[in-house]
Structures are given as structure tokens and as C-alpha cells.
Design a protein around this ligand. Structure first.
Ligand code: SAM
Length: 211
């Protein structure tokens, strides 16, 4: 499991070099790790070999280690995180290392990922705490790109902070014809003290591409 106690712990070869920045992150990530394993099992997803994983709107990408652990027995061969916030990207770069693989964090617009040269298609596109409610048009663009970035047979995995936002995302994915493989409410999710009805990784869902 991810550790805040000084890092240097291998999660399927993903190395955490810095502790997390805030109290409580360790616990949130432990719960997220369990949740991801549950939702992959429910979706009938089993990963194999070396994966390319894209973490869109990743912020600090604190979940990088548990994501690597959740795709076992597969390993991540290429991992890319992207966010608009340069401070968060700088912090993510300092925290994570992938010996024997390629890892990169880029400051950039997730809705433009298709225009970036030299990127492979991805086995998994992950979006933690998607922000559909906040900026629906922006997130329409991000979700378009997320689906296009997938390999054939790849999976899109998203978590949400609150029920309505998750429903908006699910409706948008239905309109795109994406196949919902599993949708799970996290009953151990930590409530956000200043936002009623919101909690950390409250929902998670896995989609396959449109049939
Ligand atoms: C709710 S935060 C989630 C951050 C992180 N995934 C987490 O769970 O801690 C939403 C993130 O989306 C990012 N974001 C919003 N629009 C974006 C865009 N067009 N391209 C890349 N990142 C974007 C924000 O900078 C912010 O970090």
C-alpha cells in the first residue's frame, strides 16, 4: 500500500519517493486501492503484461501507486499524468518513479491529448474525481479524448465526488455509446467536511469502448 511515512516503497515497481502532502491521503488511497480491485473484479477485467496507463486531470496524481497495484498481475510500462496545474505536476514528478518503465507528468489540456505527438494508445485511461458539474463543456471535450485515447479493448475508469456529478458523467458516456461494465458506490468513502453530499472517491465506474 502507498505510504506517507517517507516513501521508497515499491507498488508493482512504482516507487514513491516523497511522502504525501496531507494527513488523510494514505487512508483515502488505501480505500481507493480496495475499491479499484472490487470494481475491476465486478467488471470482469483482468490485466496482463505491460500496460500503458493515462491519468487525465491527475492533479498531484497521489493515486499513482495504488493504480499500479490495482492492475496486478500486469505492470505499468508507460504511465502519463496530465493536468493544467503546473504546481501539481511538479509535485507529481518529484514523488513518482518507475524503474524499468517510462513515466511522465505533463502540464497540459486533457482535451487536447489527441493532438500530442508520439503518444501510444492506452490500455487504461483513469480520471479521479472528474469535474463534470463544474465545467460540463470542458469535460465533454475531455471525455471525447479519453475514449479516443484508448486501445481497442481498453478501459476508462473514473471516480466522482458526488452522486449527481457521477450521474451526469454516466449519461454523457451513454450518449457516446460507451459500454458501462461496472459502477460501484464506495461505502467507506471519507466525507468532505465542508461539502455536504461529497466524499472522496464516492463512486467509481469502468467503461469499455462503444460497441
Ligand atoms: C477535482 S480535481 C481532481 C484532481 C485529481 N485527479 C485528484 O483526484 O486529486 C480536477 C482536476 O482537473 C484538472 N483539470 C480541469 N480541466 C482540465 C483540463 N482541461 N485539462 C487538464 N486538467 C484539467 C484541474 O486542474 C484539477 O486538478
Amino acid at each position: 500500500m502507498a505510504s506517507g511515512g517517507g516513501g521508497h516503497e515499491s507498488l508493482r515497481r512504482m516507487i514513491q519517493k516523497l511522502p504525501f502532502s496531507f494527513d488523510g491521503i494514505d487512508g483515502d488511497l488505501r480505500r481507493l486501492g480496495v475499491l479499484l480491485q472490487e470494481v475491476f473484479q465486478l467488471a470482469g477485467v483482468r490485466f496482463a503484461e505491460r500496460l500503458a496507463v493515462l491519468n487525465l486531470a491527475c492533479g498531484r496524481a497521489d493515486e499513482t501507486g495504488v493504480l499500479a497495484a490495482a492492475v496486478a498481475p500486469a505492470e505499468i510500462g508507460f504511465y502519463l499524468g496530465m493536468d493544467l496545474r503546473s504546481d501539481a505536476i511538479t509535485e507529481a514528478k518529484r514523488r513518482w518513479e518507475l524503474p524499468g518503465g517510462e513515466i511522465d507528468f505533463r502540464e497540459g489540456n486533457a482535451a487536447m491529448i489527441g493532438r500530442m505527438e508520439g503518444l501510444p494508445r492506452f490500455d487504461v485511461v483513469f480520471i479521479r474525481h472528474q469535474n463534470y458539474w463544474h465545467e460540463p463543456m470542458v469535460w465533454e471535450g475531455i471525455m471525447d479524448e479519453a475514449l479516443v485515447a484508448l486501445k481497442d479493448g481498453g478501459y476508462l475508469v473514473c471516480t466522482s465526488y458526488f452522486d449527481l456529478e457521477h450521474e451526469l458523467l454516466a449519461a454523457s458516456m451513454r450518449e457516446r455509446g460507451a459500454t458501462l461494465l461496472a459502477n460501484l458506490r464506495n461505502h467507506t468513502s471519507r466525507a468532505l467536511p465542508d461539502a455536504e453530499g461529497k466524499s472522496v472517491d464516492r463512486w467509481v465506474a469502468v467503461w469499455g469502448q462503444a460497441l
